[in-house]
Design a protein around this ligand. Structure first.
Ligand code: AHM
Ligand code: MG
Length: 324
């Protein structure tokens, strides 16, 4: 079976970009190992600290961040990094070409209950000279991504990767310590009857989202004319993975709990990489009103409403927003 690097070579991915991806994956394998040890390694539970977004950090959030920072600092091709768990962008090598943004451990409320979490990463090319801690270098739209991926740490560890030539799945073979190709050119079914949203926020949503979900709940008797199923794993990586495998729609819309925030999820290391993967698999990704990857970022930690998944269902949600 083909290993990741063999697939990247076959696809003509530049040597320096392959190196950045491979370094990222060394970190992900280390994170997979630590997660599998769990309580045995004494790494469950929270730290005393909060990240820049005011969220309590889990020990494994901090450890995963350190692991990725360390491996990426070994790669001369990396100019700088930005992470959910770092207040500011971090300079690595001024001669490097690439900028890596990542959420080291997404869905971290699932860690202590032994459910699925994941690492999400996005790779951009620096467009001008400058130190890798200059945030301005990073503020490029998602359309500029040269690679994006995630690793889902579930019963098996699965890497989902795109370099703009479709989406492939790789499964971590723990005997050889390599991600090997297990599914090529994944395509998301265009239609679905399965939605994922945190229903407890319903009363805080805008009217278009209220209406769409109300119509989903009406099933075949409502205007959407079909009976829906619902899932909520509280781990975006797991939700996106389910959608890549069997279709579906995932939503984390704007809500009025804190009107100053544009949503819960972050654009540059959650929204953009997931949008790149979903679009490469034939799905769609929007705020409800515009494609996520068309947004010009203003801050490395900025938030974004997210609606992504099966193409036709996402377009239905976009119509509710156009009318609302
Ligand atoms: P995190 O980056 O702090 O882990 O937050 C992101 C996660 C997503 O994986 C998931 O979709 C969402 O937060 C769950 O939110 P909620 O707590 O509202 O269920
Ligand atoms: Mg996250």
């Amino acid at each position: 079976m083909l290993r990741v690097d063999e697939v990247l070579r076959r696809d003509g991915v530049a040597d320096d970009l392959r190196s950045v991806i491979n370094h990222t994956l060394i970190g992900c394998k280390e994170i997979a190992h630590k997660l599998s040890q769990g309580e045995l390694a004494g790494i469950l539970g929270s730290t005393e600290t909060e990240n820049v977004q005011g969220e309590t950090q889990k020990k494994l959030d901090v450890i995963s961040n350190e692991v990725l920072k360390h491996v990426l600092s070994q790669d001369p091709g990396v100019r700088g990094i930005a992470s959910e768990e770092e207040d500011n962008t971090v300079a690595i090598n001024d001669d490097g070409k690439y900028l890596v943004t990542f959420d080291p451990l997404d869905g971290s409320s699932n860690i202590d209950v032994n459910l699925s979490v994941g690492t999400i990463f996005s790779i951009l090319q620096a467009q001008q000279p400058g130190s890798g801690d200059d945030m301005a270098l990073f503020l490029q739209s998602g359309r500029n991504q040269v690679a994006a991926g995630y690793v889902l740490y579930g019963p098996s560890a699965i890497l989902v990767l795109t370099t703009g030539k479709g989406v492939n799945f790789f499964t971590l073979d723990r005997h050889i310590g390599e991600f090997v190709l297990t599914k090529e050119q994944v395509k998301i079914p265009e239609d679905t009857k399965e939605f994922a949203i945190n229903m407890s926020n319903q009363r805080f949503w805008e009217k278009p989202m209220q209406d769409y979900i109300a119509h989903c709940l009406q099933g075949e008797e409502g205007p959407l004319g079909k009976r829906y199923n619902m899932r909520w794993v509280a781990s975006m990586v797991a939700e996106v993975h389910r959608i890549l495998v069997r279709g579906g729609i995932f939503m984390y819309p704007w809500d009025s709990r804190d009107p100053s925030k544009a949503g819960k999820l972050r654009l540059m290391y959650e929204g953009n990489p997931m949008s790149f993967i979903v679009e490469q698999a034939g799905g769609r990704s929007t705020t409800g009103r515009e494609d996520i990857m068309d947004i010009q970022p203003e801050d490395i930690h900025q938030r974004v409403p997210v609606v992504l998944g099966s193409k036709n269902e996402v377009e239905t949600v976009m119509r509710y927003h156009l009318q609302g």
